[in-house]
Design a protein around this ligand. Structure first.
Ligand code: C2O
Ligand code: CU
Ligand code: CU
Length: 521
């Protein structure tokens, strides 16, 4: 019954969308996901129809927690994402503290998931979650070769897990939905850091609750350094010329609270308020020098395209899991949820009073820079930063795992199935490279971008629709965008054994079951 109703609603919506947007062929490219400013009319039409669909869905389902707000609820099509508000630049950007080790032995840490209150708006306490603090988390700095011990403590009133996104650790340490800690529970994990220098992150992963816990503030950074990253002499003074930028968007209610249930959207919760490292209206003060920015799209669902308001280029030096072989000049960069990139911006020639800022594709100011009159040191980015390569053998391997992403709202599936913690979808042998092919099957609405992520491994993108990936994706990846009707081939090898999740990183899609499991043995 419900299905038939939805199918007819989709048909109706498709007719309306087709007649309203003849200019949009439904093949959203990575670049044109968020440009909603010039298409308010179709946005409203979509919303009206989708709200009525939501009502119908609410009536026919028991989980009637979808909202009636104005933040672009309903299916997140290319053009109906609410715009962000410009940063006024009145607050200096918060830099997450570096987590100190528990003792002087150096590599034992304690991380507590906790509740707290945070002054995001002047004079107002917002209820938030955080790791070792009230909002977001610290930065964990590991060295390749370290044996790291982490004590995990759940001080929340609900189950959580501690997932290390991008870290190559055994399945039991990975913090997926099987590694639940109940309220008050503690556990300890220990693993060796075997992968190269990279910017990774950590966040909760409890089944069905990831989106809400991340939304409330649970997310932290992991930096891995190695001999190569030290030899490269890129800007590396943390908080000075090596700056993490965690991009997130939120909705605050009239009391300036995060009310996930009231704003949640089955297709990915987006908000009008931009936070970077949890800072509202941030600015970043920099000297006249090259500055390295480690970008993380830590949002539940929004795709971020970042560029300079001046139109000047910058360079990308690293992908999710390591350095690019050589810097890639970029006018703008798009990151889907959970993707990272390290970029370097040269401020050495900028005039002190020049207005320069990071903006998004709509021109919204995300992060204005304040340039001091200090001249920093001159840094040359080396011509060769890494030895990443895709071998002929890898290029010629047959596809042995096929993944089909499909659906929207709470009807999202992988290969026609929803997540079942009791079901292993694939097995793969430890240390053996396989080629996975990920296809995003369009629906009657055209479909939407799904950011696809696999736990426990860094992998190589072999091709996008049969073509070599863009230069800035020729490096280690753990997450990537898949546009509607796009096919992406990757070569992946797991160094460790265990059960690993693969899923859409729109967190609501993940929670709605757009996730599967691969068992590495
Ligand atoms: Cu960022 Cu399954 O995780
Ligand atoms: Cu992950
Ligand atoms: Cu998705």
């Amino acid at each position: 019954m419900k299905k038939n109703l939805l199918v007819s609603l989709f048909s109706l919506m498709m007719v309306i969308v087709l007649s309203a947007c003849t200019s949009n062929d439904g093949e959203a490219s990575v670049e044109d996901t968020n440009n909603g400013k010039d298409s308010n009319e179709e946005m409203n039409m979509n919303e009206d129809n989708e709200n009525s669909m939501e009502e119908n869905m609410n009536n026919s389902s028991s989980e009637g927690e979808m909202n009636n707000g104005s933040m672009g609820n309903g299916h997140m099509d290319h053009d109906d994402v609410v715009s962000l508000i410009d940063s006024t630049g009145e607050n200096e950007l918060n830099i997450p503290p570096v987590l100190k080790s528990d003792s002087n032995k150096g590599t034992e840490y304690t991380i507590r998931a906790q509740k707290g209150e945070t002054e995001i708006f002047d004079g107002v306490q917002t209820k938030t979650y955080g790791y070792n603090g009230s909002f977001l988390g610290p930065m964990l700095q590991f060295e390749k070769g370290d044996t790291v011990k982490i004590n995990l403590i759940n001080e929340l009133n609900e189950n959580t897990t501690f997932h290390w996104h991008g870290l190559e650790v055994p399945g039991n340490d990975d913090g997926g939905p099987h590694n639940v800690l109940e309220p008050g529970e503690e556990s300890t994990i220990e693993f060796e850091v075997t992968q190269e220098a990279a910017t990774l992150w950590f966040h909760p992963h409890p089944e069905g609750k990831t989106s809400e816990q991340v939304y409330n503030g649970l997310a932290g950074l992991i930096y891995i350094e190695d001999q190569n990253s030290k030899n490269l002499e890129l800007p590396s003074e943390y908080g000075e010329n090596d700056i993490p930028l965690i991009f997130q968007d939120r909705v605050f209610d009239d009391e300036k609270q995060l009310n996930y249930k009231a704003t949640a959207n089955e297709d990915g919760t987006v908000g009008d308020t931009s936070l970077i490292n949890g800072t509202l209206n941030p600015k970043l003060t920099v000297d006249k020098e090259k500055v390295r920015l480690r970008l993380l799209n830590g949002s539940n669902a929004r795709n971020y395209t970042v560029k300079l308001n001046t139109g000047d280029a910058f360079v990308q030096v690293a992908t999710d899991g390591g350095f690019l072989n050589e810097q890639v000049s970029m006018q703008e960069i798009t990151l889907t949820p959970s993707e990272r990139a390290e970029i370097v911006i040269d401020f050495s020639q900028v005039k002190t009073n020049e207005e320069i800022a990071l903006v998004n594709e709509e021109g919204t100011t995300l992060l204005p820079f304040e340039i001091t009159d200090q001249t920093g040191k001159t840094i040359d980015i080396p011509d060769e930063m890494n030895d990443f390569s895709v071998t002929e053998e890898e290029k010629n391997l047959p596809v042995t795992k096929e993944i089909e992403l499909f659906g929207m709202m709470d009807m999202v599936t992988i290969n026609g199935k929803k997540f079942d913690p009791e079901r292993i979808d694939f097995t793969q042998e430890q240390g053996v490279t396989e080629v996975w092919e990920i296809y995003n099957k369009p629906d009657m609405m055209g479909g939407m971008i799904h950011p696809f992520h696999i736990h426990g491994a860094q992998f190589k993108i072999l091709s996008r629709n049969g073509e070599a990936p863009p230069e800035n994706e020729r490096g280690w990846k753990d997450s990537f965008s898949v546009a509607p009707d796009e096919t992406v081939k990757i070569a992946i090898q797991f160094k460790n054994k265990g059960i690993y999740m693969f899923h859409c990183h729109i967190l609501e899609h993940e929670d709605n079951g757009m996730m599967g499991q691969v068992k590495v043995e």
